[in-house]
Design a protein around this ligand. Sequence first.
Ligand SMILES: Cc1ncc(C[n+]2csc(CCOP(=O)(O)OP(=O)(O)O)c2C)c(N)n1
Ligand SMILES: [Mg+2]
Length: 574
Amino acid sequence: MTDTVSSILLKILKKHEIKNIFCLPAAQLGMVMDGVSRDPYFTYITTRHEEAAGHMAHAVGKLTNSMGVCFGTVGPGATNMVPGVAAAWADNIPLLVLTPNNPSRTIDPGRDQLQGADHIGLYKSITKWSATIRYADRAAELIERAIHIARSGRPGPVHLDIPVDIGASVCEHILSSIPSIKIPRPVPNSQDMAEVVKLLSHAKRPVLIAGGGVARSDGTQEFRELVQLTGFPATTTMNGRGIVTGDAETYIGCGGILGGHGILKALQEADVILSVGCKFSSWIPVNKLPMYPMIEGQKIIQVDIDNETLGRTVPIAMGLEADAREFLKLLNVALKESTYKKDAVWIEDVLASHKAYRKELNDIADNITTENTNILNEAAAVRAISELVPDDAIMILDGGQVMEWGHSFIHPKHPKDLLFVPGMGHLGFGLPFANAAKVVNPDRTVVLITGDGAMCFTAQELETAARNGLNVITIVLNDSAWGMYRPFGELLFENKDFGQTLSHVKFADMAKSYGCLGEEVTLESLPGAFRRAQKSKRPTVLDLQVDFTAHPMDFFWLGVIFENVSFTPVLPSP
Ligand SMILES: Cc1ncc(C[n+]2csc(CCOP(=O)(O)OP(=O)(O)O)c2C)c(N)n1
Ligand SMILES: [Mg+2]
């Protein structure tokens, strides 16, 4: 068959059921824009900033078994998409980023063509694979390859660069001659499984960790069965939140270090840790010096789809390259007849520690305001929001201190019910994520809780929401500050002018100017305003004034990020 490269691209996307396309107009990909906008199969959304297109494609990969596509114009469009793609890279989420390029004969090496940029160099470090389609007759092969690489192994973004002349070129192709590659789901061998069973059944202080890999392989049910079967203390990473919940008797909190003292105690004292689909990033307090050393004799069994991840950040006793769900299925069968040597007293201690942490959080929320002020504290604000959101809601947590409090009171029932970007911790992903969540789940309530700082990174996406009828509810916890930096500036450096102060932005007015609804609310008026927002067909922004509220884990977590670094004030030179 004879076709243009742009048309082949759309045919292959359809073949793989990839339908969500986010972009900001790019003349050089005009044929792709023309094609997707005419074809009702595609959900085609133009954003107000290419960064948002990247975040939206990321969110689609997180929320569905498919992946999103984003593109922007040559040069500045390509550089603007970097934050979105980088966040997906750090969280191992598949997406396809397309950059158009100047005509083939003018690039690589370039000759100062307008907007010319090294797109391959730009995306190399934040994608699994990055290639230029140089010959039209190789387009189908390279597009297929990109999609396969994005989805297989540890998933992640891939990048295709398409010079404008190649996108418009006509070539012969037979799509059926390039079959799609089936994604492998490797399983461990029986000796290794027997060794895992032995280590777990002999463990006195065992802990189970579920990472995002469990969610991606659809292994949530199997992980829950494992927790039930063994009665071992269980937790999740940030990306695994919702895999185990408070419904499990041995739930010790989740999200790593922000999950509190139960987790710290469990991971610092465990003799055997079984981690499935978890990278042991900075959030997980294991082998993070000087605060969280590996304890002597601790044995870690790490199961991951990606061989290169095994043992990378923590020394492991066993590393198994396997698909999370397939491994868990085998393990649950193998453990059916097992007896355990777990120390029931230790487990009770860990659970008590988690319970005490929950009480500490609730006590702060019970104070309603911060010390010596009349201003609402963030704990009370987030707890009140958590009581309003319906069970079917998809929640997104952006911002700094807001995010810490959000994770403390928002407890998802399933992994895809709560979205965050723990890998990059990138402020401003929230509104594009909320918009994308509404695109793929139009019937669910979508609620973004964000900070006044985070909101302004991508606030223009309120217009994208209004234009596309995406009635997301955004609640801005407005403390007129880069709040998370306050303890840093004020306590560490005793410097109130550290750069943490912002002026008061009127988010309700901002919302209205973008065609959304907006209200300034208080703790008292929040429930009514939230219900109005739920009923509304338009996106709504609720602006809730709060005061920065110290979180019990503030300094535990700074200790992990900065390892052995100690800061001293830099006084003006004479
Ligand atoms: C893109 C980006 N820039 C800077 C940071 C560093 N940072 C982390 S939290 C934070 C403050 C966030 O302020 P806000 O969104 O208002 O939330 P608050 O801490 O006040 O609750 C900053 C600047 C970041 N994580 N991401
Ligand atoms: Mg703030």
